[in-house]
Design a protein around this ligand. Structure first.
Ligand code: MRU
Length: 338
């Protein structure tokens, strides 16, 4: 196994739990937590302890295996497996990699339905590990393609976090920067803080600084100014679900950044594994946008409450960037210009 103790998601040695970096504690603390109960696994996804579409998929694959081990001999294994899978799948609606990974691991089990329980479990474990390993290769390819789109010294705007924390290695949207830094490229990243959950400030800043990449944290609403000053040569974002017409759902604020980039004629690139493309979604209108609690806007990351109790809030976690605003979608299979 090529995975090690620093991975943001991994299976414990004995296979009884999934070990993750609790991303809600970053950057102040890098703490690994082990999860083995269905409720804590659901909670970890819902509360973004593990987050980012590919990482959620890798996590869910291992988690279904961990939970399947706990199914008692007296229960109908496949009925219970379906229940567990549905339960995990209901934790967040937008990232397609969640259901995609659960279905893959479930299918691996079903393919062995006539074999012994231990063999079914082995097949599930193997499939979950394959999902993990594939992601590393996929991210590397995405990083290589992405690097070909930019020049040494470019200023790059990032939104949310699409780095190694959100995947297995390199990330998607941050892949070209992290891989490029290894090759000696020098970029300047402008990091959208990414209101309200601050994935840019907390996670992207943490990852890019650790990689020695020159970077500056900005408020989301400062991006237009920087674009107008010619400081941004390209915008990079990940994706939670892409529709067949090229519309892409990603962290709330992605679409606004794309509109700005379009105005200033700056290329706007979306990076994702091909597993993020949902063949069942014709356009972005078919994508379910998660809505999250008001407290995330009014107080979560502030030392003092910043909005009055009871204020009406609207807190969508994602938005859909229209395909007309996207210059290209980059997957492990190449650069697809829209
Ligand atoms: O709510 P989050 O933090 O899970 O949202 C994550 C994103 O929007 C990422 O950009 C996306 O999942 C791609 S991660 C490689």
């Amino acid at each position: 196994m090529i995975y090690n103790e620093n991975d943001s998601v991994r299976l414990s040695q004995d296979g009884s739990s999934v070990v993750i970096i609790d991303q809600t504690l970053l950057p102040a603390e890098k703490r690994f937590i082990s999860l083995s109960a269905a409720e804590e696994i659901y909670d970890a996804i819902y509360h973004l302890k593990v987050r980012g579409a590919p990482a959620i998929g890798i996590f869910a694959g291992y988690a279904l295996y961990v939970l399947a081990r706990q199914i008692s001999e007296t229960e109908d294994f496949f009925v219970r497996l379906e229940e567990l899978s549905n339960y995990l799948n209901s934790s967040r609606p937008t990232a397609v990699n969640l259901s995609w990974a659960l279905n893959r691991v479930k299918k691996a089990a079903l393919n062995c339905r006539n074999l012994k329980r231990s063999e079914i479990l082995n097949a599930m474990r193997t499939e979950a590990a394959v999902i993990h390993e594939e992601d590393t290769a996929v991210c590397r390819k995405i990083a290589e393609y992405g690097l070909s789109l930019i020049n040494d010294g470019d200023g790059i705007l990032t939104h949310c976090n699409a780095g190694a924390l959100a995947t297995s290695r390199y990330g998607t949207g941050l892949g070209p920067l992290l891989y490029g830094a290894e090759q000696g490229y020098r970029f300047h990243a402008f990091i959208d803080e990414t209101r309200p959950l601050m994935q840019g400030a907390r996670l992207t800043a943490f990852e890019l600084m650790n990689a020695g990449i020159d970077c500056t944290l900005i408020c989301d609403n400062a991006a237009g100014l920087l674009m107008s000053q010619g400081k941004i040569q390209a915008c990079f974002a990940g994706c939670d679900r892409a529709a067949m017409n090229g519309d892409c759902a990603n962290k709330i604020g992605t679409a606004s950044a794309a509109v700005l980039a379009n105005y200033y004629k700056i290329p706007f690139y979306i990076f994702c594994p091909s597993s993020t493309i949902d063949k069942n979604c014709r356009t972005g209108k078919d994508i379910v946008i998660e809505e999250r609690p008001a407290e995330e806007i009014t107080k979560l990351y502030f030392s003092r409450q910043i909005a009055p109790d009871g204020i009406k809030c609207f807190n969508p976690a994602f938005d859909v960037t229209d395909h007309s605003l996207i210059t290209a979608i980059i997957t492990e299979n190449g650069i697809f210009r829209l």
